[in-house]
Design a protein around this ligand. Structure first.
Ligand code: ADP
Length: 219
């Protein structure tokens, strides 16, 4: 089974000029796929369709066996909290919560996700793996950008999502830090059999993907 399968998908924002057309796009379970293309070509829109924040005007969107095009907004939201991990370039951290509580934030957003000892232990283990164990009880306020990015990665993975969606997670980081972030993301998803779909402008990252989808701007 594919982790993601889009078939006959068409999406437009109202009457605007932009339209995304994807006759067929599939992502294998456990693979790492890059989505590239110039600004405005629809990369973030595609992530919105895969995470069910947007619904197609036509076609079907299957993610991990869920038929998102057929689900209510409420059902998509509940599904998203359980199955999707997000990593953004500039993931907002909550400065009045300590680093561990920032990682555990998804559990506060969804009452159906149990914040039990196992979840806490996963949060602690992820922070250790990411080299942030010593910061667990501190405010993220003084963390560097690279460290904040790693907290965001821990947060994206703590719910054990089947798919991780990353939007430009390495843009703005220098080459060494971008490599570190990508290597960590790579290793974490590989160890867990998680599928990774990553939007990037960053050509340095292209060799790290199993497949790349290139979107273009329509004439
Ligand atoms: P990318 O991520 O590749 O830069 P986006 O998916 O963000 O591209 O945007 C694709 C196109 O859709 C752009 O022309 C953008 O201006 C337009 N767009 C994005 N979001 C909206 C929105 N909420 N309403 C109307 N147009 C939008």
């Amino acid at each position: 089974m594919s982790a993601v399968a889009l078939r006959g998908v068409r999406f437009a924002y109202g009457e605007g000029a932009f339209a995304l057309d994807l006759p067929e796009w599939t992502v294998a379970v456990g693979s790492r796929v890059g989505v590239v293309g110039p600004s405005g070509c629809g990369k973030s829109t595609l992530l919105g369709l895969i995470s069910g924040t947007l619904t197609p005007d036509a076609g079907t969107v299957q993610v991990g066996g869920a038929a998102l095009h057929d689900m209510s907004e409420r059902a998509r939201r509940a599904w998203r909290l359980r199955h999707v991990g997000f990593v953004f370039q500039d993931f907002p951290l909550v400065d009045y919560l300590d680093v561990l509580d920032n990682v555990l934030l998804p559990f506060r957003l969804d009452a159906t996700l149990a914040l039990d000892d196992a979840a806490r232990a996963r949060g602690v283990a992820l922070l250790d793996e990411l080299g942030l164990g010593a910061y667990r009880s501190r405010s993220p306020f003084h963390l560097s950008q690279g460290e904040r990015q790693r907290v965001a990665i821990a947060r994206a993975l703590v719910t054990q999502p089947s798919i991780v969606l990353a939007d430009e997670p390495t843009t703005g980081l220098d080459a060494a830090r971008a490599d570190d972030v990508m290597a960590l993301l790579d290793a974490l998803v590989r160890d867990r059999g998680t599928t990774l779909v990553m939007v990037t402008h960053d050509l340095r990252m292209q060799d790290r993907f199993d497949a790349v989808l290139t979107l273009g701007v329509r004439p």
